[in-house]
Structure formats: structure tokens, C-alpha cells
Design a protein around this ligand. Sequence first.
Ligand code: URA
Length: 250
Amino acid sequence: MILRRAPFAGSAVSSILSGLKLDRLIAKHRSAGRSAAHRMIAASRVRLDGVIVRDSKTDVDRFMSVELDGETVQQGTRALHIMVNKPVGVLSATADAVHRTVIDLIDHPDKATLHIAGRLDRGTSGLVLLTNDGRWSKRITDPGAKVPKVYQVETSEPISPDAVGHFLRGFHFQTENIHTLPAQLEITGERSARLTLHEGRYHQVKRMFHRVGNRVVMLHRESIGCITLAADFTPGQWRDLSQAELDSFR
Ligand code: URA
């Protein structure tokens, strides 16, 4: 029986985007030509994630398992998508000789494959996403994607109501020669606010508050897109993202 492979079925694979074509992978594995590979695929001898595929031009990424006549052509790396509640003092880095990093918080055998999708300063707490899936993280960090990131902020000085308009109109950052995208500032107390950014520039929140004559004394990221830190998800905790959370960045 020939099975048609349903999108995303039967695996934790999250990014089935353009990659190596199946016939090319099979040809390479067998040191054969593309037409020989095409015949093997058409003869139902190839399985992707356990399902027979007959389309030679199917995209294959490194997260898929591929078999030919029951023999492994490619094992398939396990795709990881993890959220961490970064405590203050922990570095958004994969390794550091001195400080604890977000990777040190994670107890997973494949944690060495992870990279960070949007860093936080050492003194900032809150949501950090980690993955080994570069295409997925690009959807979050790509400035064109304009994914909202929400921060709780506390400042040294009272926040002027005028700041709301300044944040909305944006600031020119000389170093990068960019104008910041409209940011939504909701003043929640004399010295506290919730800020929504749609980009992630270096020290962006601190630099924006500096421009209105204020100083950030506490910064915490509570959400990225639809992914939000739950109140009972304590600093230092981590978990795998759910399929719904992954799909929210499609
Ligand atoms: N903006 C900052 O200034 N620091 C962070 O950690 C994140 C955003």
C-alpha cells in the first residue's frame, strides 16, 4: 500500500520547509545518479519518518528519518523547542567560563545542540526560547516578522505620561542608524510599565528609557508572541513547548 505523507504527521518535526530534495539524498547515499534514485523512490522503497513517499522532489530536512529498503539513510535529529524562565544573573549564552548560562538550567541529553532565539541581558529575567531548529528561531528573531515581546519594567524615576507618545513614535539609534518601530507603553504605576516591542535591538528597553530621561532598574520579559510565562513557572524552570505554541509562529 502506498501511504501519502500528511504534513507534520508522525514526528515532532516542526520545520518542513525547503531543504535537500529526497532524490538527491538517496543518490548520494547509494553513490548513484538522480534517475536511479528517482526509480528507487517511485518503487516505494523509501520511507520518510516511517511513511512511504514516492515523490522524488519531497524536501528533506535534518529532523526527518529516511530509510531505503529498511536501511537507515538518515537518522533524523530530534527537533527541540524549549522555554526557560531565566533568573537574574544567568547569562543568555550557550557557554561561559564564569557565569551560569541558560543551557546550564536545562537537563536534556541534546542540550548542546541548542541556540537562543532572542537574548536577555544578565540582569534581565524572564522568557527565553531555545531550539536546535534554525528556521523556527528565524521566524521569531527576524525583524520582518515583528513578533511582539512584552516586558515588565520598573524605573528609577516616575514615568511621564509623555513617554507613551515617544515610545510610539520611536527613537533614532545612532549606532545602528535605525528608527525603532512603534512600541506600546502602558504605564501601570508611578515607576512601572508594561512595554511591547516588535523587534529586539541591543539593550533596547534600557536605551529607550534613557532617551526619556529615566533608568530601568528591573526588567522582566513575560511573553514572546503567544508564548507566555505562567505565574507558577518559577525562575530557573524549563519545559518543552507544546505543538500549539510551536505552530503559533507559523
Ligand atoms: N532590552 C534591554 O535593555 N535588555 C534586555 O535584556 C532586553 C531588552
